[in-house]
Design a protein around this ligand. Sequence first.
Ligand SMILES: [Zn+2]
Length: 401
Amino acid sequence: MKMINQQLIKDTNMKQLYSSIYSNPGISRAALAKRNQLSKTTVSTLVDELIERKFVVDGGTGESESTGRKPNCLYVRTNSYYVVVLNWVENTICACLIDIAGTSVYQEVYELQPGENYVSCSISRLYQSVLNHCDPVQVLGICVVVSAMIDAAHNEVYSTTLSLPFMGEENIIDKLQTAFPEYPVAFLEDTACYAYAEKVYANIREKNFAFLNFSRGIGATLFIEGNMTGKASGSVTQFGHYSVDSNGPLCVCGNHGCLEVLISEPALKGRIREFGTIPSLAGKEKISFADLGRATTFRDPVALAMNRQLAWELAQALGNLVCVVNTSLIILGGNIPPLGNYFLNQVRQNLKKVGFRKMVDAVTVRYSILPSDSFLNGAMKYFFDIHYCFTDNDPSAFFIG
Ligand SMILES: [Zn+2]
């Protein structure tokens, strides 16, 4: 028992040190000790191990403010360790090899052929392609990312955007668990990965914040007191199925007027006719948030009216969200940022009219500032920060969320 505790403490300290070096390139051992409240001896021993194991590199002496001995500068080592991220979307697998220092070094998109399934194709993409781009022992683990609710309690995956029958695999969780025997595997939900990326790479300081992912569906991840509620499995909230109109259109979930059926990207095309026609978008097979954003930029009156209605619908849901959890920051991410500022300002104004005034007045609503594929890096970072263990990287480990 004592040994296990010692290993846990060592793992926690090594993670803290790696994270400090990652966030403060060039930091010295003395500064690391001070920042992490660890003794200089502990820091020195653990940094030596991080260097020995090629996680960190000693860049030699740097500048010193005093006339004393100049301290050595530490950096995280690049091209040394990787996490493989496999994103399953409709009939497609996007496979990425991401350096734990943050760089995506290889990416491919594979379209499933009729009769193929996600698990067997993920195995073939990994061994036939992705692992050709690094030494396989440099891979710390594999993340499989889906837009779905991964229900660990019932061993099931629910998705309204990923066509499950096509997957042809009833026990997808069981199959994933044994698919990659050489590596630890984490099965993650995409919105949680987006939210984690936002927290880490956009350096969010707010302890209570919500991240909303607008892509094929609408998902949300909440951080309360600095921690993600639940794990990254998408099983804590179903914000996309929050109804703002009980007489609204029927949603695939069986309810009426869910956000997903009203303001998700696939819903846009069908809603234009409520407001008229937008000549610049006529004849387009699909309408994206970016398409609607362009029409809005040029002040198309129908696009403006549509923006106002969508913003009102979202604001109602956000007002209620803020009443349940007093989030001080709400980030709209995924594909919605290109919709633009007119929509965002409408949401902000409408939010003031709904919800508990004292709370909604203190809420900041903004778009994500990260790229729309930031969830891939978010998955890598989540795996490394939450599941990777410096003292026991068990290849048979399987994590849901
Ligand atoms: Zn629904």
